[in-house]
Design a protein around this ligand. Structure first.
Ligand SMILES: Nc1ncnc2c1ncn2[C@@H]1O[C@H](COP(=O)(O)OP(=O)(O)OP(=O)(O)O)[C@@H](O)[C@H]1O
Length: 300
């Protein structure tokens, strides 16, 4: 089995004058993973991606794509396809001609799948790219990337111009890529999207990774909101507030209380067993709430 990571960085750093845009990034993304790369504006996501693509020279550290140095672009780019945040196409070529040109430079394209994607993304391949909207240009780049058999897809905020139907199609394509064993590195501002498609996320803040975790794990570590409905009032449940991991116990009414829970639910369940509970609802935090915990704001 090939255990080479799809992507690896070691102390990767980039300084622009006095700004340390990326600060000693150590990150490994194993092959086959759908990895979400998150962070607020200016956190250093695009700078990191440009170094991974060999478009920008690190001031420190290094990056590898399937074992090849990222700055050895001839070799590294055999393993990847890239969709930038801001897609530029050749304005006088038609969409189809752009797709054919892109297929020629990539690591090999599945033409039948590409035709299928043109339909699914409702692209009008015979129009000139110069007449395309931002979203349509993005669709061309996405179709070109998803149709390659590149083992690594690097997607930098790829859906900012897509409407909800196309966003759904995008998510299906990510799932299909994952099923084929392709690795996806997705930088995104859309937390719902990352929530839906990624298995693990890295959160970047001022050039440093503040957390890398599986989404399930991230949720487990964060507080869930628990709502308890009672058949009759149970004032003794006020002592729930003293249990480990419990915060914000509120009596919404005589028959309903809510609380925030971090960590294992055992002690709370034990206490609730003594009351006449009709229903318990446990809501896991959204990625947006997790983000709020980190930054006090959600990404713009
Ligand atoms: N060419 C450059 N010259 C000087 N500073 C730069 C340059 N490129 C980026 N920066 C700075 O580096 C920091 C990281 O920027 P970067 O674009 O990587 O962030 P980002 O996480 O991609 O943000 P966004 O979500 O807004 O795209 C910012 O402070 C930015 O101003």
């Amino acid at each position: 089995m090939d255990t080479t990571a799809a992507l690896r960085t070691e102390h990767l750093s980039k300084r622009f004058g006095t700004t340390l845009a990326v600060d000693g990034l150590d990150l490994t993304v194993p092959a086959g993973e759908v990895f979400g790369f998150l962070g607020p504006n200016g956190a250093g996501k695009s700078t990191t991606i440009r170094m991974l693509l060999g478009l920008l020279r690190p001031t420190g550290g290094a990056a590898w794509i399937f074992g090849d140095r990222a700055d050895d672009v001839q070799r590294a780019h055999r393993h990847l396809a890239y969709v930038p945040a801001d897609v530029a196409l050749w304005p006088t070529l038609t969409g189809q001609e752009c797709l054919d040109l892109l297929a020629g430079v990539g690591p090999g394209t599945d033409l039948a799948y590409r035709d299928e994607l043109v339909g699914r993304f409702a692209l009008e391949p015979d129009r000139r790219a110069g007449t395309y909207s931002t979203g349509n240009r993005q669709k061309v780049a996405l179709v070109a990337a998803f149709a390659t058999r590149a083992p690594l897809l690097v997607l930098d905020e790829p859906t900012s111009g897509l409407d909800p139907l196309m966003e759904r199609e995008f998510r299906r394509c990510i799932a299909e890529a994952a099923d084929r064993g392709q690795t996806v590195f997705l930088s995104s501002h859309q937390l719902a999207e990352v929530d839906a498609v990624c298995t693990r996320v890295g959160i970047l803040r001022r050039g440093r990774l503040v957390e890398v975790a599986g989404l399930a794990e991230l949720r487990r570590l964060r507080r869930s909101e628990v709502v308890v409905d009672l058949a009759r009032p149970a004032p003794e449940l006020r002592r729930l507030a003293e249990l480990p991991g419990v915060a914000d116990v509120r009596e919404v009414s005589d028959l309903r209380l809510t609380l925030a829970l971090t960590g294992p639910p055992g002690p709370v369940l034990g206490a609730l067993a003594e009351a006449d509970v009709v229903r318990i609802d446990v809501r896991e935090p959204s990625l947006e709430e997790i983000f709020l915990d980190y930054y006090g704001e959600v990404p713009a």
